[in-house]
Design a protein around this ligand. Sequence first.
Ligand code: HQG
Length: 182
Amino acid sequence: MEKHLKRLSKTLAYVLRHDPQSHGLILDAEGWVSMEELLAALHQQHRSWEQVTETDIFSLMAQSEKQRFEVKDGKIRAYYGHSLPRKIEMQAAIPPKVLYHGTTPEATQLIRDQGLRPMQRQYVHLSADRETALMVARRRTSRPVILHVNALEASEQGIAFYLGNDMVWLAEPIPPPYIQFG
Ligand code: HQG
């Protein structure tokens, strides 16, 4: 991806996941903000984004290896990753039998005792396949650990799961009995 689009993607992730207020924006309950307001805020607050257009946003979405943003009816939101204090309402869904979580050997020790926790984010993030989980883990370690989560069973026992994008699922904290450490 072109360098300036990569930078734009990082700015959008920051604004839409972590700090809309920094740009005078308020997300609705499902994390949406109007594209027009977002562009106006970028134009106003960043010299380098004075000229940024909706087309740039579509280009970065098309060129990205990950689906991070959703655009619908003139609005945009982040599919996942939120850390805002007010929890974004995601769409609840029944997960597949198994989901995956890619992590580090160090975190695995703690997850054995505590289960999967959302840490700095609003939800636990899970991957639809091993390959994606491996990519997630490699952000942090050269010794990736892939955990298997018995997602359907956890969901049947009352733990809520939500749709992120096609490859990323979100969930409430997952206790150790639903996790296979391999
Ligand atoms: C770990 C990226 C200690 C957890 C990725 C992870 C993903 C625990 C870290 C998305 C723990 C949190 C999310 C416990 C979990 N004790 N550590 N009890 N429970 N952890 O970044 O899943 O590029 O919040 O294993 O690709 O790594 O930003 O979550 O290592 O899709 O679009 O605590 O972010 O996408 O880290 O990644 P994160 P994640 P983007």
